[in-house]
Design a protein around this ligand. Structure first.
Ligand SMILES: [Cu+2]
Length: 174
C-alpha cells in the first residue's frame, strides 16, 4: 500500500516536473518548485497534520451568492477538515460545498439535481471527491475527506440547483 502511494506520488511529481519544464506560462521559480515537489514526494501523507479549512457563503440573491474564497489548497493525500458557514439570511439560500474533478462542474451539477435534496444534490459519481450536507441560512456543517493522491487542479462547487455555475472555486492539490 505504502509502496503504491509513493509510486503514484513519484508519477505525479514526474508529470508535474515535465509540465513545469515545458510550460512557459508558469511564472514561478522553477528551481524552487522542484525542491517542493521532491519534499512532497518523500512525505508520507498520513504524517501530515489535518488541514482545516473554513469557508463562508455570502449573499442573499442568486446574483450575490458566492463562496468567500476562490482557491483552496491541500497536500496530496492529506486529511482535510472543511467547515462551511452559511452566512445568508434568505431562506432560499441553501448551500453545500462539493469537491470535484476539474471540468466536471456541469456534469456533477446536473446529475446532482436528479439525485435530489435527500442526497444533498450530490450524485454518486467518480467525479465527486467529497461533499458536505446542504445547509440553510445561519447554519454550519463540517466534514472530512482525504485529498486525492494525484497532484493537480480540482474544483469545488455548490450543487444546489442553479448554483454550480456561479458558486465555484479551484482546489489545488500540491
Ligand atoms: Cu449554493
Amino acid at each position: 500500500m505504502k509502496k503504491s502511494v509513493i509510486y503514484s506520488l513519484a508519477i505525479g511529481a514526474g508529470v508535474w516536473l515535465l509540465s513545469a519544464c515545458g510550460g512557459n506560462t508558469d511564472t514561478s521559480n522553477g528551481k524552487q518548485s522542484e525542491t517542493t515537489v521532491q519534499e512532497s514526494a518523500t512525505t508520507d501523507p498520513s504524517t501530515l497534520p489535518v488541514k482545516e479549512i473554513e469557508v463562508n457563503t455570502t449573499g442573499n440573491t442568486m446574483a450575490e451568492m458566492k463562496f468567500d474564497v476562490t482557491e483552496l489548497h491541500a497536500a496530496a493525500g492529506q486529511k482535510v477538515k472543511v467547515t462551511l458557514h452559511n452566512k445568508s439570511v434568505d431562506e432560499a439560500m441553501q448551500h453545500n460545498i462539493v469537491f470535484i474533478k476539474k471540468g466536471t462542474g456541469e456534469t456533477v451539477g446536473i446529475a446532482g439535481m436528479q439525485a435530489g435534496l435527500s442526497k444533498n444534490f450530490t450524485p454518486d459519481s467518480p467525479d465527486v471527491i467529497a461533499g458536505s450536507d446542504m445547509i440553510g441560512p445561519g447554519k454550519s456543517t463540517t466534514f472530512e475527506f482525504t485529498a486525492p493522491l494525484e497532484k493537480g487542479e480540482y474544483e469545488f462547487i455548490c450543487t444546489y440547483p442553479g448554483h454550480f455555475t456561479i458558486m465555484k472555486g479551484v482546489f489545488m492539490v500540491e
